[in-house]
Write a protein that binds this ligand. Structure first.
Ligand code: FES
Ligand code: FES
Length: 211
């Protein structure tokens, strides 16, 4: 998926490994402070302190998730995926490869799909995070979620939340997607159970009900 912070399995990211990401987390957080300090507002003053070093102890950050601002205490190296799952109990986001290869951990950051295992929680700053738990509205499943059920587009389910996030993003940004559009939208989402034909049918069916 083009919008994601990392490439798909067929085109692995060059030069960044899981280990180097963790090792460089402190560096990247300092960089983000410098880059975004002018734009930060409300409760992000702590993160916005130019030149301040954090870690290795936990720090308190604020993060807007599914429309609600949450406060959490995390080590600076904590990934967004871990912050969601281990600190906010939003376990709908799945971690499978934990290295940016499968997109099981897809969430939106300011409306764009990202692999949350490859983003520092600290780097979210004032951007808004949307998880699979925030896709249904007023107790009603999103048409894509409903279509996944009707078209049997899930088996073990590990890839499903990330797959749904990619497909929802497509149908909400393309009024009339075709099969190639769906394949492109999900090309980073690996499904070991081989549900792709069902995912494609479900998404095309849902697109007719979405916009
Ligand atoms: S890309 Fe994040 S768990 Fe695989
Ligand atoms: S449903 Fe099992 S990995 Fe996709």
């Amino acid at each position: 998926m083009e919008d994601k912070n990392q490439g798909s399995a067929s085109k692995p990211t060059k030069g960044i490994t899981r280990r180097s990401f963790i090792r460089g987390a402190g560096l990247s957080t300092a960089g983000s402070v410098l880059l975004t300090s002018n734009a930060l507002a409300f409760d992000y003053k702590e993160q916005a302190t130019v030149g301040k070093e954090f870690g290795p102890d936990a720090i308190t950050i604020k993060m807007k998730v599914n429309g609600i601002v949450k406060s959490l205490s995390v080590e600076p190296r904590t990934t967004l995926a871990s912050a969601l799952r281990d600190h906010l109990e939003l376990t709908g986001t799945k971690v499978v490869c934990d290295r940016g290869s499968c997109s099981a951990c897809t969430v939106y950051v300011d409306g764009k799909p990202v692999n949350s295992c490859m983003m520092s929680a600290f780097d979210v700053g004032e951007k808004e995070v949307t998880t699979i738990e925030g896709i249904a509205k007023n107790g009603e499943l999103h048409p894509v979620q409903q279509a996944f059920i009707e078209h049997d587009a899930s088996q073990c389910g590990y890839c499903t939340p990330g797959m749904v996030m990619s497909c929802v993003h497509l149908v909400e940004n393309n009024a009339n997607p075709d099969l190639e559009d769906v394949k492109n939208a999900t090309r980073g989402n690996l499904c070991r159970c081989g549900t792709y034909p069902h995912v494609f049918k479900a998404t095309l069916a849902a697109s007719k009900k979405t916009i």
